[in-house]
Write a protein that binds this ligand. Structure first.
Ligand SMILES: NC(=O)c1ccc[n+]([C@@H]2O[C@H](COP(=O)([O-])OP(=O)(O)OC[C@H]3O[C@@H](n4cnc5c(N)ncnc54)[C@H](O)[C@@H]3O)[C@@H](O)[C@H]2O)c1
Length: 414
């Protein structure tokens, strides 16, 4: 991330937390009750904090330092990035990574990311513990919650991939539905300050209206993967309502970058081109994707972790669920063919491919695949409003970092 962008985002972060007024959202809640915590209605909170607050969701500040944090799906791609960031930021406390290290893609990449985490843990004030196991294992999940009493839970573990869900439905139900249900049940017994979980842009299915907004109807998934992610949002809503668990779902939009997922287009295209194979481009390249660079995603998740939905009373005097869902995407969809052109240039620049590589001879244009969607485009204005964050890294910078990492990674492995 460029410094300028980071600075702007930090400034905005101060606004939502109330820090510029020397007061956090949590403190605002405490003070009216003379030190006693008191639930107020959203309307009362809005009156106290001014008209700007009417448009944004009130957040309770969550301090991460010194806390017990569970990140499932680390050392997966996004999980590893997040844990590395946490180990850099935290001066004490503990981060527990839980992952079953499945072989959906080469587990050596997960081992590589884990070794990076373990190295980072050596110079961090916070402790890191890796647990190999499945969120589908109810006893294990309960045991971990009993032992570590997590203050913050980030559930990233899932069977990802739209196409794979067509031939392998069972694992999606096991990890994405039963696994997430196990996490929710454990959160019910040990309510964390904040549960953050991964949803996906795929919930928008074939929606025609762009950009995709979290207020859009998402009741028409076009893949089992999307259906499981939408189910997670529904389950989280019920648990937030019933058990007052502050939860935030994040709909990620096509995350890419160094040490990414080999099943995703940019990575598999790089491997195929390097091996002299033909890459397949679907819908004749007439697709747009809202690509989001890994560092942007990590920054967004990190910010979201520190701001949990505020507990409040509705007009009927009953608690409203402390529940939010956000899009987290670049908000600048790229034409797939433009993305491919930049990828090719960067693979040449990093020395993965020769300058005279016959790209035309190594591509095949095909029709649309089942479960795929022609465009993803995030309206991430809610994230900007509530957390002051806008992803800032473009595909040139992002693909350059990917290509350089790719060259190093495979060179060192022969
Ligand atoms: N990368 C993207 O573009 C993208 C887009 C939308 C949503 N997401 C979601 O973000 C999350 C992280 O995705 P990622 O790209 O890092 O994928 P990833 O596959 O690299 O990471 C997921 C990790 O979860 C682990 N896992 C799977 N099932 C498990 C289980 N039952 N118990 C424990 N661990 C299990 C895997 O071994 C893997 O390491 C996932 O929930 C995914 O659905 C990712």
């Amino acid at each position: 991330m460029s410094e300028q962008k980071g600075q702007r985002a930090d400034d905005q972060m101060g606004q939502w937390t109330g820090e510029q007024r020397g007061q956090s959202a949590g403190e605002q809640m405490d003070q009216s009750a003379g030190g006693q915590k008191e639930l107020r209605t959203r309307e009362q909170m809005d009156q106290r904090t001014g008209s700007a607050a009417k448009e944004r969701m009130m957040k309770h500040r969550v301090e991460l330092d010194g806390k017990s944090i569970l990140v499932t799906g680390s050392p997966g791609f996004i999980g590893a990035g997040l844990v590395l960031r946490l180990l850099k930021e935290l001066t004490h406390g503990q981060v527990i990574s839980l992952d079953n290290m499945n072989d959906y893609y080469d587990p050596a990449l997960k081992e590589y990311r884990l070794s990076q985490i373990e190295k980072a843990a050596e110079s961090s004030g916070a402790r890191h513990v890796f647990v190999k196991g499945s969120i589908g294992d109810r006893d294990l999940v309960e045991e971990l919650f009993d032992k570590w009493r997590f203050d913050v839970v980030v559930n990233l573990a899932a069977q990802a991939g739209v196409r794979y869900s067509i031939d392998h439905p069972d694992v999606y139900m096991e990890s994405n539905v039963i696994g997430f249900y196990n996490i929710l049940e454990a959160c019910r017994r040990h309510v964390p300050e904040h549960l953050v979980y991964a949803s996906s842009s795929s919930v928008y299915g074939g929606n025609k209206k762009v950009p995709f907004s979290v207020s859009d109807n998402v009741d028409h998934p076009v893949s089992l993967y999307a259906a499981t992610k939408k189910s997670d949002e529904l389950l989280a809503h019920a648990y937030s309502k019933l058990y007052d668990i502050p939860s935030t779902g994040l709909r990620f939009f096509t995350v890419y970058g160094p040490a990414g997922r080999p099943d995703m287009f940019y990575y598999s295209a790089a491997r195929k081109l390097a091996a002299g194979e033909v890459i397949r481009i679907f819908n004749y390249g007439k697709m747009k994707r809202d690509f989001t660079y890994i560092d942007d995603i990590v920054e967004g998740v990190f910010r979201v972790m520190r701001g949990a939905p505020e507990r409040a009373l509705g007009e009927d005097g009953l608690p409203v669920p402390p529940y939010s869902v956000y899009n987290i995407g670049g908000g600048r969809p790229e034409e797939l063919m433009d993305f491919v052109a930049v990828l090719q240039e960067e693979l040449v620049r990093s020395g993965v491919l020769p300058a005279d590589y016959d790209f035309e001879g190594h591509r095949e244009l095909l029709g649309m695949q089942p479960g795929d969607v022609p465009i993803t485009y995030a309206d991430a204005s809610d994230l900007e409003r509530d957390y002051g964050f806008v992803p800032g890294i473009g595909i040139r910078e992002g693909l350059r970092a990917f290509a350089e990492w790719y060259a190093d990674y495979y060179r060192s492995r022969g």
